[in-house]
Design a protein around this ligand. Structure first.
Ligand code: FRU
Length: 601
């Protein structure tokens, strides 16, 4: 009898529990649906469908709007879940106000599709993607674009990387600064959200410096961030950190810089040793504007550069300005980086630069190719190297840069979902003179990449010729080095291929002095009509008798560094990893030494 009673009690309480809904919904007005949460958990998990329309969700806590996010809430299928952190709130005082859509049909269905929202105390960030890079920085989940506010802290020896981040979906939205740190530029630890949207807008790109002398008055060694507040208009805001860049407080009188321009963004500041002032460069529509300041808060306009210079097929974005030396240290020039989208040499996004002089007031640069128009130079000749900017305060006088390894033409469509986009490998820049006596920026992978080289998995020397490709097994990911001694070959081609017949073909044209990566049949490309294609680097130096090509091959990218001078960065999405590498000449012979290393974790 007792047993039967216990069972009945159990059934009864289970029925009660089933009745007690942990999330309830109610329609409000024509377009809104309110979601109420009845159990205190760490996260509410938002179901995302990437092709569903974007909806605004207002987070209301005790009658106050505390957040507003834009999410593609699933209406048919759930592609993945994104976590929204509930720990700052008492869920009993919380209402999520979902503005559904102007389509009444959806409003009537709202209950149905919103009930995929759920609660959880955990969120699993274990990688589920085959294309996730092994040795490039990626967010654990969500969308990433430009690197922001990068700086090196001599006190902790940490490299800080902030980035344009959407924590609520793997497509561009809700711009927030995510934050990762590294001891060696190769392994990154995610530190959470550093600067989140506020009533002035979302947080677009910007920069950080350490204010060693407390010029801004927030404290000695405060980390100062300048970023664009992107709201009804774009303006520049300041935030400061008193804990080495881990958490930031927005300055109370933001914005600190405004202009009557729609495109006014991406502030990049630096300490100018030569003038004893801070300088700031800002992207303003089709030009870069320069400012100076004593205290990082009050900025004086100095001048602008760009009218009639370089490429103007797109918006000028993400500038940087720094002094760069030749390797012998004898000559130095100022280099202005000027990212542009579209207008890149192979379509879409790319980094153009100008070599000139900066006296704290004006940037001057003699016309290149005897022409004031289209006189840009390009930093990387691949299709996936954008928003390049340098680390502030890199040690040993290094100019270390990082880029976003994608292109606005297809960044939102690439075939990953848990995360979208990685950063390029960090590079060190220097100045060199080409055979035309022009100054160019030389690019080499940072020396920290040496530690990527694990066990040697291939080491072979051969004479490549035109009749038969020399083919070897390879690994992906890996680092591959080819030393090519030219005998009388016109061109040497290197092909990475897999069992599905997909090929990434690289051709080093010794006669012309060009290097081309062709990804037309390299793997998946149907996600965008702009993805397949080839990119070509002109070599501004004499083609050396012996060339060293270093290929950094990760799970969805190939970065080729040539003689530590130039680089070509391209994404590739083979359906199965490349496992063959072959080398062939188009005529004549070349002696090739090929070494491959597996990646050391
Ligand atoms: C460049 C850019 C910047 C802007 C940011 C927004 O990729 O358009 O100009 O600050 O992305 O995410």
């Amino acid at each position: 009898m007792k047993k039967i009673l216990t069972i009945l009690c159990l059934i009864f309480s289970m029925a009660l529990m089933a009745e007690e809904k942990v999330i309830t919904y109610e329609n409000a007005g024509e377009l809104n649906t309110l979601v109420r949460i009845h159990q205190q958990k760490h996260y509410v998990l938002l179901p995302i469908e990437e092709r569903a329309p974007e909806l605004w969700v207002r987070v209301i806590h005790n009658n106050k709007q505390v957040d507003k996010i834009c999410v593609r809430l699933a209406q048919n299928t759930v592609d993945y879940y994104m976590p929204y952190d509930l720990t700052p709130y008492d869920v009993k005082q919380l209402v999520l106000d979902v503005r559904t859509t102007d389509n009444r049909i959806y409003r009537r269905q709202a209950y149905e599709w919103l009930n995929k929202i759920c609660l959880s105390d955990t969120y699993d960030v274990k990688n589920v993607e085959n294309y996730r890079p092994l040795f490039h920085h990626t967010p654990d989940y969500g969308w990433m674009n430009d690197p922001n506010g990068m700086f090196y802290d001599p006190a902790t020896r940490l490299w800080h990387l902030y980035f344009q981040y959407n924590p609520y979906g793997s497509m561009w939205q809700n711009m927030t600064w995510g934050h990762s740190v590294s001891k060696d530029l190769m392994h990154w630890d995610y530190k959470g959200l550093a600067i989140v949207p506020n009533d002035l807008g979302t947080i677009f790109s910007g920069s950080c410096v350490i204010d060693h002398n407390n010029t801004a008055g927030f404290g000695k060694d405060a980390v100062i961030a300048l970023y664009t507040s992107a709201g009804e208009y774009q303006s520049q805001s300041l935030a400061y950190s008193l804990d080495g860049g881990m958490t930031f407080t927005p300055y109370a009188r933001n914005p600190i810089l405004t202009a009557d321009l729609p495109d006014f963004r991406d502030p990049n500041m630096f300490w100018n040793e030569e003038t004893g002032e801070w300088n700031l460069v800002l992207a303003c529509d089709q030009e870069m504007r320069f400012y100076s300041s004593k205290n990082l808060i009050d900025w004086k306009y100095e001048s602008a550069f760009g009218k009639g210079r370089g490429n103007h097929e797109g918006v000028w974005e993400c500038p940087d300005l720094f002094r760069l030396k030749t390797e012998d240290g004898k000559t130095s020039k100022w280099v202005l980086l000027c990212n542009i989208n579209p207008g890149g040499p192979f379509g879409g996004s790319a980094t153009q630069y100008f070599v000139g002089e900066w006296d704290g007031h004006t940037f001057t640069c003699s016309p290149y190719k005897n022409s004031e128009n289209q006189d840009e130079k390009w930093l990387d000749y691949g299709k996936d190297h954008y928003a390049t900017v340098s680390f502030s305060g890199a040690p040993e006088g290094r100019t270390t840069v990082l880029a976003w390894m994608s292109n606005w033409l297809y960044a939102n469509d690439v075939p990953t979902q848990q995360f979208r986009s990685a950063n390029s490998l960090p590079r060190d820049l220097y100045l060199y003179k080409g055979i035309d006596k022009e100054f160019y920026v030389g690019v080499r992978a940072v020396r920290e990449t040496d530690q990527l080289r694990g066990a040697k998995t291939l080491s072979t020397s051969f004479s490549a010729n035109a009749t038969k490709a020399v083919s070897n097994k390879m690994q992906m990911p890996s680092v591959v080095e080819l030393k090519i001694q030219n005998k009388n070959a016109e061109a040497v081609s290197i092909t990475l291929s897999n069992a599905n017949g997909e090929k990434c073909v690289m051709t080093y044209n010794l006669a012309e002095g060009t290097f081309t990566t062709n990804r037309i049949n390299a793997g998946k490309s149907a996600f965008s009509g702009s993805f397949a294609g080839a990119t070509t680097t002109p070599l501004f130096n004499k083609v050396p008798a012996t060339t060293t090509l270093t290929l950094y091959i990760d799970n969805c990218s190939v970065e080729v560094f040539g003689d530590d001078i130039w680089c070509q960065t391209n994404l590739v999405f083979p359906t199965v990893p490349y496992n063959h590498i072959s080398v062939m000449t188009d005529e004549g012979t070349a002696n090739v030494t090929l070494t491959e290393w597996g990646i050391r974790k």
